[in-house]
Design a protein around this ligand. Structure first.
Ligand SMILES: [Zn+2]
Ligand SMILES: [Zn+2]
Length: 353
């Protein structure tokens, strides 16, 4: 290790389920042979971090664990086997911290399905610390001049919605309905969809969210709070034939839209589940599913190429994720706002304060 790397650092550590998260000094780890040590500059706070804090997912979590999986920073040390990343490079720490690269999922670039995958801020220490280790093969490559605060939300939120749009199979010129379009993921999804040549029917509640969605490029907006017949409205707005959108992206944290999407998706359309409402079920009428050949599927983060592509849209100035910077020391406050559903856009932590 080079001498300017401290032995101790500030971190936000999950020690008790439900929090509060503890802000404390912990030792800086050394990178293993295939790892890099990243001096994290900024880290986004994702809703998944709150699930990690609450430990309310059916997925075992390590305790204690340093939270965070949208870390943008600079490589300051690397293991003996690392040749693809250099000290001084800007990199991103994602949810998928590492995977085995040898199983049949990894071999076909479905790394997020790897049974041996390690998850940042969940099964391994994440980006809510000043120095984080990550697997060199999996860190996102960020440009030299990247704005590390602005790019942080792309590492999970941006990647997730971009991958969902890819999984939908929708092609340029086709319609995609985005449910939960006014939220943080939805705002990014509208921009990615537009950049991919898709037309967007945005669905959310309230006129304020409608304004935001249209400003970001949605062709139309359906307000579920005032619409008398949401299914009909979505179909009508999806084109002259009124047959419904080619794809539906479900980003909402409620269950109801997951039941409703198959009613308005076009025959042969694809419904992509991304949001994770607690204990929710997807259900659909067998008859419609068969005779209208509807496809319902899940989409979960993305692989290394998806990451590079999602970042490329951002690097070309096509994606603007609204964010607010606060200090690492204020992480609990961000969680408190998240619990009260008060967050608009993304909160990004500055590791220096
Ligand atoms: Zn996330
Ligand atoms: Zn694997």
């Amino acid at each position: 290790m080079t001498p300017n790397i401290p032995k101790e650092q500030w971190a936000q550590v999950i020690e008790t389920n439900g929090g509060p998260i503890s802000y404390k000094q912990i030792p800086v780890q050394q990178p293993g042979p295939d790892q890099v040590l990243v001096n994290v500059k900024f880290s986004g706070v994702c809703h998944t971090d709150l699930h990690a804090l609450n430990n309310d997912w059916p997925l075992p979590r390590k305790t204690p664990v340093v939270g965070g999986h949208e870390g943008a920073g600079v490589v300051v040390a690397k293991g003996s086997l690392v040749t693809s990343v250099n000290i001084g490079d800007n990199v991103g720490i994602k949810w998928l911290n590492s995977s085995c690269l040898n199983c049949s999922f990894c071999m076909q670039a479905d790394e997020s399905l790897c049974p041996y995958a390690e998850l940042s801020g969940y099964t391994v220490d994440g980006s809510f610390q000043q120095y984080a280790v990550a697997n060199a093969a999996h860190v996102a490559r960020l440009p030299k001049d990247a704005d590390l605060a602005a790019i942080a939300p792309i590492l999970c939120a941006g990647l997730t919605v971009y991958k969902g749009l890819k999984e939908s199979g929708a092609r340029p010129g086709q319609m995609v309905a985005i449910v939960g379009a006014g939220g943080g993921l939805g705002n990014l999804a509208i921009q990615y969809a537009k950049a991919m040549g898709l037309h967007v029917v945005a669905i959310d509640g309230g006129s304020e969210k409608g304004e935001v969605c249209k400003k970001l490029g949605a062709a139309s907006y359906v307000d579920f709070m005032t619409s008398k017949d949401l299914v009909k409205d979505v179909k009508t707005l999806s084109g002259a034939e009124g047959l419904g959108p080619h794809a539906v992206l479900l980003l909402a944290p409620q269950e109801k839209p997951f039941q409703q999407a198959t009613d308005y998706v076009r025959s042969r359309g694809v419904v992509v589940c991304i949001g994770l409402p607690a204990h929710a079920k997807v259900s659909m009428p067998v008859f419609d599913t068969v005779v209208r050949m509807i496809n319902v599927k899940g989409s979960y983060v993305g692989n290394r190429l998806d990451t590079a592509e999602a970042l490329e849209f951002f690097n070309r100035g096509l994606i603007h994720a609204p964010y607010k910077v606060v200090g690492l020391s204020e992480t609990q406050k961000v969680f408190d706002m998240m619990k009260e559903n008060k967050i608009v856009g993304r909160y990004v932590l500055d590791m220096t304060r």
